[in-house]
Design a protein around this ligand. Structure first.
Ligand code: NAG
Ligand code: NAG
Ligand code: NAG
Length: 507
């Protein structure tokens, strides 16, 4: 692969030079001279390569479309009638394409079989010392802008069919390219845009909402101080989604990654480092291949902490959106963040619930970090013993928290709540005093937007006693929404979620 690459680079440089003899009529323009876009038509200094990959051979570059050489367009069997995805990789240690590239190409073709999936190869510049590669994003962005501009001009190809997808440094490349093209491309998807050197950089040097008609961003590895975070922490698009808070992804802890490495036999230690970073790509792939059954939803929220209290599962006024390819192209207010929780593997979708409970007790009780087990029973399925550690459990107080399930239980019918004994012996258990009574549990489902009130199954209250049986709650009579109300509710849901093109495709 390495030798083949360098061989291709050589070929390419020769081609580029031949080309330069004929085409470089003007002296190179300085970057940022917006009085002229002539530099956009100087293809001689392009170093990046643009390979039109196929669904059959998604992992190899068999045909390059070369800016300035119109014949390469039909040669590569570019389809002018469908949309085009331009995939841009990030920094690389090995100087080779990482395995996700072929996976993303395959997933894009699976979703849009007739599309053109073009992979940008800027490996030679991407395998430098990180700050060097980071600085190269400007030049690579120019290359991509020239390519896109030329492709569009040559075929009078519609701008609205162009979707750039960039990972890590590639996200900023896409942003820079989008800023420089003669017109705005339809969409840029930023997959965990790189943080180092970009967190405090200006909009011209990073991905920003001005770079395309619609910019959506997944932030998956933003742990640590802003200077040390691998992924950029601040919002840089029209929609910025922070799965699992955006800091770190489930299944990416050391233990899990070691297990995966052992199982798959991949002796690639940098998987551990990259796991959360690369998760952004796999979430996007998930949205392409599991769109029908497992479309993940994200919810706008003021903070991760508020989201974890379950307080943001609201879809009114576009406050929720689909994750990945099928995203509803609404521009949320600048700087707004959206959240969701995910599974640790594909399909990543989880169902989100806000659970609200008022705990009564006659005597004053105060607990922290109490282990609860919650079971949800619905029309389709059930999920039992979902663990939840209650940070504070006090007399006569209401708590609200986020609960997730990986199965679709359908419309909720019954809820059970159990209070586990914690590891320590407690005198209050001895005296049998640890008991709360609960009249109602209110549950709001994010994915269906339904709100259900549950009442104690037997009597006015159900009793929650530490280390004892489940407290059982059933759908309340109060919750008897009339059929008309239900229909109105459903229509409202459709209104907010499916108003716009739910495919999110640019065709
Ligand atoms: C910008 O481009 C114009 C036209 O090519 C040229 O005359 C001018 O000197 C350039 N300005 C800068 C600052 O490079
Ligand atoms: C909690 O509220 C109930 C009813 O309002 C009251 O009887 C009880 O004394 C309160 N418990 C505490 C610890 O204040
Ligand atoms: C609830 O709905 C059922 C039928 O769906 C009906 O028979 C019952 O009377 C309703 N109860 C109340 C309190 O409205």
């Amino acid at each position: 692969m390495g030798t083949k690459n360098s061989y291709l680079v050589t070929i390419w440089i020769i081609l580029a030079n031949i080309c330069a003899c004929f085409s470089s009529t003007s002296e190179p323009q300085l970057f940022g001279n917006d009085t002229s876009t002539k530099w956009l038509e100087d293809y001689a200094d392009i170093v990046s390569k643009f390979s039109l990959r196929t669904a059959e051979i998604p992992d190899d570059d068999l045909c390059y479309i070369v800016p300035g050489q119109p014949l390469t367009i039909p040669e590569c069997e570019f389809n002018p009638d469908t949309q085009t995805f331009v995939v841009i990789h990030g920094w690389t240690v090995t100087g080779l394409f990482e395995s996700w590239v072929a996976k993303l190409v395959t997933a894009l073709y699976e979703k849009e079989p007739k599309a053109n999936v073009i992979v940008v190869d800027w490996l030679t510049r991407a395998q430098q010392h990180y700050p060097t590669s980071a600085a190269y994003t400007k030049l690579v962005g120019r290359d991509v802008a020239k390519f896109v501009n030329w492709l569009q001009k040559t075929m009078d190809y519609p701008w609205e069919k162009i979707h750039l997808l960039g990972y890590s440094l590639g996200a900023h490349v896409a942003g820079i390219a989008g800023l420089l093209t003669n017109n705005k491309v339809s969409r840029i998807t930023g997959l965990d845009p790189a943080g180092p050197t970009f967190e405090h950089a200006d909009a011209q040097s990073t991905l920003s909402p001005d770079d395309a008609l619609f910019v959506d961003v997944l932030h998956t590895n933003t742990r640590g101080s802003p200077d040390r975070s691998i992924g950029i922490q601040r919002p840089v698009g029209h929609v910025d989604i922070y799965p699992n808070g955006g800091t770190f992804q489930p299944g990416c802890d050391l233990q899990n990654t070691m297990k995966m490495i052992a199982l798959t036999g991949i002796h690639n230690m940098d998987q551990i480092v990259k796991c959360s970073h690369e998760r952004s790509i796999h979430l996007f792939i998930d949205s392409l291949v599991n769109a029908e059954e497992h479309q993940s939803m994200a919810y706008r929220c003021s903070s991760k902490e508020t989201f974890m209290k379950g307080m943001c599962l609201n879809c009114r006024k576009n406050r929720c959106n689909m994750v990945g390819y099928g995203i509803n192209k609404v521009r949320t207010p600048r700087g707004a963040k959206m959240y969701l929780k995910t599974r640790e593997m594909m399909p990543f979708k989880l169902f989100h619930y806000q659970v609200k409970i008022h705990f009564f007790s006659s005597e004053k009780l105060t607990y922290t970090e109490q282990p609860l087990k919650i079971s949800l029973y619905g029309t389709h399925n059930e999920k039992t013993d979902i663990p939840y550690v209650m940070p504070h459990l006090n007399s006569n107080s209401t708590v609200s928290f986020l609960l997730t399930t990986d199965v679709d239980v359908g419309e909720l019918l019954m809820v059970k709540l159990r209070w586990e004994k914690d590891a320590y012996f407690s005198w209050s258990d001895w005296w049998g005093n640890s008991n709360f009574h609960i009249r109602k549990i209110r549950i709001k489902a994010g994915e269906t937007q339904s709100k259900v009130i549950f009442s104690a199954k037997d009597g006015e209250f159900a009793y929650l006693v530490r280390g004892k049986d489940d407290a059982v709650f059933v759908k309340s009579k109060e919750d008897n929404m009339s059929r008309k109300e239900k229909m109105m509710h459903r229509r409202k849901m459709h209104g907010s979620l499916f108003k716009e093109d739910i495919q999110g495709s640019s065709t």
